[in-house]
Write a protein that binds this ligand. Structure first.
Ligand code: NAD
Ligand code: UDP
Length: 341
């Protein structure tokens, strides 16, 4: 049987590498487009060790229109694109907004141009729960009104969704799915691929792992005076492998004839506070996390978690990996990368 080809931009990164594994396991042929600005080609080796298959790799910047044309021409037989390639550091986006608009939106517009020119019909886009801002009601559904973004990074997701919607209206041969991720955490259970933050992690999970490994002295818990049951911020932490599988389900849904723009929340439906996550990590791994309470981080949403029923009803997908397994996989990966340094 001829394998269907999917172009995965940003496929060397955290979510892209796990999704490549899921796609290859589901029988797709993957071509990764990545400029390696926030990843390493080592992730390819991890993918091969897990699946036995090396995805094709194109070292390319999605904002380079000429290069994108050349690569898409070469892969014009692709049936779909999963577009992960983006910069994602919220703080950096406040300092360098133009870098974020140029990279995240310039790359997306090139992808849409190429899909139109080469008549590639299916797009899956990495969006984020950040588009909901501070929601009035929890859990958030896909119909919860979007709020103004609180950072240029968040703005690139809101604008990205709109750019895709407008392009789908103009191009009847294109259908798209916007996946709004909540908080992806963990690593592949094999320990072969995982998250590799550059420098000091901004996100809670990699910080917890580095504090557990002694790479960081102490985790700062940002605020204990929120209007939540224990005073700590609440998020919906979703296993990275569950998240990866949702991309396969989304691509199959498009292939089965879904038209227009489809939107899905990808979360577990359960909120965990920062302190609950720390305690769950300690229980799952037996390692104590040195931590102290500090002031709130500017811009943090007090509480957000998903209603992910639409993904279950329409995609037949739901998060299944128990939190303790996700935390154990994150710790296994952290120990491996700490050792290899
Ligand atoms: P990541 O940084 O690990 O992966 C992104 C990949 O894209 C990297 O390999 C990077 O080198 C590549 N890239 C960036 N700009 C590029 C460009 N112009 N051309 C080619 N390659 C480029 O990040 P991730 O966590 O895997 O995130 C993937 C996507 O999911 C991003 O769009 C991100 O905004 C979105 N997202 C992530 C989270 C999260 O918590 N990780 C949450 C919501 C949404
Ligand atoms: N957080 C924290 N210390 C850290 C990093 C994050 O207390 O070093 C908290 C943060 O305030 C938020 C939660 O952990 O309540 C998740 O933060 P993250 O940056 O991982 O995700 P996001 O805020 O983007 O949902």
């Amino acid at each position: 049987m001829v394998q269907q080809k999917i172009i995965v931009t940003g496929g060397a990164g955290y979510i892209g590498s796990h999704t490549t594994v899921a796609l290859q396991n589901a029988g797709y042929r993957v071509v990764i487009l990545d400029n390696l600005s926030n990843s390493d080609k080592d992730s390819m080796d991890g993918i091969v060790r897990i699946t036995g298959v090396r995805p094709e790799f194109e070292h390319i910047d999605c904002t380079d229109r000429t290069a994108m044309h050349r690569i898409f021409e070469r892969h014009r037989d692709a049936i779909g694109v999963i577009h992960f390639a983006a910069l994602k550091a919220v703080g950096e986006s406040v300092e360098k907004p133009l870098l974020y608009y140029r990279n995240n939106l310039g790359g997306l517009m090139n992808v849409l141009d190429m899909m139109t020119e080469f008549k590639i019909p299916y797009l899956v886009f990495s969006s984020s729960a950040t588009v909901y801002g501070v929601p009035d009601k929890l859990p958030v559904t896909e119909d919860t009104p979007l709020q103004p973004a609180t950072s240029p990074y968040g703005q690139t997701k809101v604008m990205g969704e709109n750019i895709i919607a407008d392009t789908v209206v103009a191009n009847s041969g294109l259908s798209a799915t916007l996946l709004r991720y909540f908080n992806p955490i963990g690593a592949h259970p094999s320990g072969e691929i995982g998250e590799r933050p550059n420098g000091v992690p901004n996100n809670l999970m990699p910080y917890i792992c580095q504090a557990a490994a002694g790479v960081r002295e102490c985790l700062c818990v940002f605020g204990d005076d929120y209007d939540t049951p224990d005073g700590f911020c609440i998020r919906d932490y979703i296993d990275i492998n569950d998240l990866a599988n949702a991309h396969v389900a989304a691509m199959r849904h498009l292939q089965s004839g879904a038209t227009g723009v489809n939107v899905f929340n990808l979360g577990t439906g359960c909120g965990q506070s920062v302190m609950q996550l720390i305690r769950a990590f300690e229980k799952a791994t037996g390692v104590t996390i040195p931590h102290k309470i500090t002031s709130r981080r500017a811009g943090d949403v007090p509480a957000i978690y998903a209603n992910a029923c639409r993904a279950e009803q329409i995609l037949g997908w739901r998060a299944v990996v128990p939190l303790h397994e996700t935390l154990a996989s994150a710790w296994r990966w952290q120990q491996k990368i700490t050792k290899s340094k």
